[in-house]
Design a protein around this ligand. Structure first.
Ligand SMILES: NC(=O)c1ccc[n+]([C@@H]2O[C@H](COP(=O)([O-])OP(=O)(O)OC[C@H]3O[C@@H](n4cnc5c(N)ncnc54)[C@H](O)[C@@H]3O)[C@@H](O)[C@H]2O)c1
Length: 317
């Protein structure tokens, strides 16, 4: 019998053609998200009454939603962060939740490196002024010799550390469950969060968004950073008090920041961070590469098929 799979991750047909084909060849009918953004409760409600699985973007999947999707057996998160999914409520209803752990780590790590250099050399500002005909040769800062601090030392942070090895920097990291073997291999010193915050010239936020990590970087934490340091967030907006970050930039405490993720997304044009010259911003695009779509397309389609066939999927949460 045909299984109905809702895909709320966007651009599925265009960017995950092979994964879509794999599902269809295995008897699945695909219902796509045509909104180009996360779906609202009402939009989900109109489509989930008879679905067997979902390949989920960042829409909210909670008990209220599960209650109107009685056949739902699997939520395969098209990404890593599952802060939009009530995993415990899903477990209570026997719905399996998987993610694509590591599937977008390289893309996020590469953009993190790009954003560090972009912020320190003011690349977006130079791009804008060069095109306007102003030959405005801002003097920037180099990465070499700096201490780079990683808050979180999971898949992405480890790739960032590896890529930084050519930059001749000192890398320190904090993780609640430190992977000492990976740290030793990558020459990273694992230290406490306070030490990472206080010693870093470049501080990269790479923690998961959890109730206990909410606003991990607040006014107090920014106050404990080095004067003239840079802050980069390619993890989740909820980890950072945006007003406090804007304050630290406006006061001159921080030299610059690069931000891919926001407390509310899409972020409104009134966001104070958008008015600051020394901030480089991107719209939650760190994982948006063709390579990521192909890889995560395969991981998520396989997980859906595994659960529907009664097999234990990889990355079961
Ligand atoms: N910008 C994007 O497009 C994008 C894409 C993918 C992932 N992300 C985000 O990047 C962040 C890192 O992702 P990842 O794939 O490296 O995740 P990961 O799960 O591999 O690593 C997270 C690390 O945090 C540690 N950790 C867990 N709870 C902690 C706590 N309470 N305090 C301190 N450390 C804790 C874990 O031990 C783990 O090493 C996540 O927030 C994820 O949602 C963003």
């Amino acid at each position: 019998m045909t299984k109905k799979i809702l895909v709320t991750a966007t651009n599925y047909s265009q960017l995950c053609a092979e994964a879509k084909k794999l599902l269809e060849e295995n008897g699945c009918e695909i219902i796509e998200n045509t909104f180009g953004r996360p779906m609202t409760f009402d939009e989900l409600k109109a489509r989930i009454g008879d679905i067997d699985g979902v390949i989920a973007g960042v829409d909210a999947w909670n008990d209220e939603v599960f209650a109107i999707a009685p056949q739902l057996k699997v939520i395969s998160r098209f990404g890593v962060g599952v802060d939009n999914i009530d995993v415990e409520a899903a477990r209570r209803r026997g719905i399996k939740v998987t993610n694509a752990a590591g599937g977008n780590a390289n893309a996020v790590a590469e953009l993190t490196i790009g954003l560090i250099v972009g912020a320190m050399r003011a690349v977006p500002q130079l791009h804008a002024t060069t095109r306007q005909g102003a030959w405005d040769r801002f003097v920037g800062r180099e990465v070499v010799g700096r201490t780079v601090g990683l808050l979180g030392f999971g898949n992405i942070a480890q790739k960032v550390a590896r890529k930084l090895s050519g930059f001749d920097v000192t890398v320190i990291a904090y993780d609640k469950y430190p992977n000492l073997e990976a740290a030793a291999k990558l020459g990273v010193a694992m230290v406490g969060a306070d030490e990472v915050i206080a010693r870093s010239d470049i501080l990269c936020m790479l923690l998961p968004s959890l109730p206990e990590t909410r606003r991990f970087m607040n006014a107090d934490a920014f106050g404990r950073m080095k004067d003239g340091a840079y802050f980069v967030n390619t993890a989740r907006g909820a980890l950072v008090d945006e007003d406090a970050l804007a304050g630290a930039l406006t006061s001159g405490k921080l030299a610059g920041a690069a931000i891919d993720v926001y407390e509310r997304e899409p972020s409104s044009v009134d966001n104070p961070l958008f008015r600051l010259d020394r901030v480089v911003t991107t719209p939650h695009t760190a994982a948006e590469t063709f390579e990521t779509y192909t890889g995560i397309g395969a991981i998520t389609a396989t997980a859906v098929l595994d659960v529907l066939a009664g097999r234990t999927p990889k990355n079961l949460l």
